[in-house]
Design a protein around this ligand. Structure first.
Ligand code: PLP
Length: 395
């Protein structure tokens, strides 16, 4: 078996997920790479260090285990290189720190993951970075917000909690005309459903915690860059001292192999639940880009090749206590943060609290569902149980 002889890019995407970042012939034929635990690397000769002849020189910077996952993700994304961070959030913050400096201006989508905004407000602004939030529905008109010191546009599509689809190619075109970098939080789109670099993005981030790991048992982030942004990203990553433990990386590598298959089942289950919810009398609207009723559906169809298990719904004529009664009545949809594991989850977001460039006008209650891999009929029965409690609850 000559696992290195063929250009992996000539294979289909699922095959690439199976092959990327591993080489049995380098590991005595074992299918998976060994999990290397290590800090110190000792050198046989001083020249190994001083003339940089050694492949590895310190555990924080690299190891065969780190290489296996970073190479896999870089291959899958078509990136120049990938680094790992201890969580998805640290991947978002690393991406920002590697594109902006004091005195420079960065545009961040108003619908960015809330902890990313918190980072910008509590770290970037006091450091003297000019942070400006923008309406996610701006496409090429984003150019009107560019200043002489604008260095980056931070995007996330669809938006956290409210699922607006951004016109990434239009933003990229406007930004690149002024030599401004485009960063994308691609956690929802994943390495499978949104090809960030083919759409011109410079730095792409995913919370590997979600679908790469896929089993709610480890946390990490990936940051990938094109050639232009790679050396600065690698330098800032090294300067910050980020490191991910080998056992967590191993869980991510294990998750990666089945990610396309899991994602497509999440996609199918979520679409079926979303369509079923759309027809329910208790539901005002469903915020799922894969539905024809979604305002961003045409852009989603143009740019994405699929949808994941995460979407929102607005409950008709609803109060906070009714939404809470519904959540409390659910058994299969666990109430908790994060998503991307095999199990169904629900949260109760309040986007009004942290939007500044746009206005979330909705007075009805918003729920966010992550549809897992359970039987569809069980999930529907669980939601019916929730709707019964919703209707019975005092307003
Ligand atoms: C969950 C999430 C993150 C953060 O990931 P963690 O691993 O929880 O830190 C970042 N961006 C998006 C869009 C997310 O959904």
């Amino acid at each position: 078996m000559s696992d290195k002889s063929k250009d992996k890019k000539s294979y289909g995407k699922d095959t690439q997920f199976v092959l990327s970042g591993r080489s049995p012939s380098d590991n005595h034929g074992f299918v998976n790479p060994p999990v290397v635990h290590g800090s110190t690397v000792v050198f046989e000769k001083t020249e190994d260090l001083y003339l940089q002849k050694a492949k590895y020189y310190y555990g924080r910077r690299s190891s065969p285990t780190i290489d296996a996952l970073t190479q896999a993700v870089a291959e899958l994304e078509g990136a120049h290189g990938t680094v790992l961070t201890p969580s998805g959030l640290s991947a978002c913050t690393l991406a920002l720190l590697s594109v902006v400096k004091t005195g420079e201006h960065v545009l961040i989508t108003d619908t960015a993951y809330e902890p990313t905004r918190h980072f910008a407000d509590t770290i970037l602004i006091p450091m003297g970075v000019e942070v400006e939030y923008y309406d996610p529905l701006l496409g090429s008109e984003i150019a009107k917000l560019f200043k002489d010191n604008t260095v980056a546009v931070y995007t996330e599509s669809p938006g956290s909690e409210t699922f607006e689809i951004q016109d990434i190619p239009a933003i990229v075109e406007a930004a690149h005309a002024k030599d401004i970098a485009v960063v994308l939080d691609n956690t929802w789109g994943t390495q499978l459903f949104f090809d960030a670099f083919a759409h011109g993005v410079d730095i792409s981030v995913t919370a590997g915690t979600k679908y790469i790991v896929g089993h709610s048992d480890a946390m990490l982030g990936t940051v990938s860059a094109n050639e232009k942004h790679w050396s600065r990203l690698l330098d800032v990553h090294g300067a910050l001292g980020y490191h991910v433990g080998p056992d967590d990386i191993y869980l991510a590598l294990r998750g990666l192999r089945t990610m396309p298959m899991r994602l497509r089942q999440h996609e199918q289950n979520a679409l079926e639940i979303a369509r079923w919810l759309e027809a329910r009398p208790e539901v005002d609207r469903v915020l799922h880009p894969g539905l024809a009723s979604h305002p961003g559906h045409a852009l989603w169809k143009r740019d994405f090749t699929g949808s994941c298990g995460l979407f929102g719904l607005v409950l008709k004529d609803s109060t906070v206590s009714q939404a809470r009664a519904m959540i409390d009545a659910l058994d299969l949809f666990g109430f908790g943060f994060s998503w991307g594991g095999f199990e169904s989850l629900v949260t109760h977001p309040a986007p009004k609290k942290h939007r500044t460039a746009t206005n979330w006008q909705e007075t009805n209650q918003l729920l966010r569902l992550h549809v897992g891999l359970e039987d569809i009929e069980d999930l529907k029965a669980d939601l019916e149980q929730g709707f019964a409690a919703f209707k019975a609850a005092a307003r």
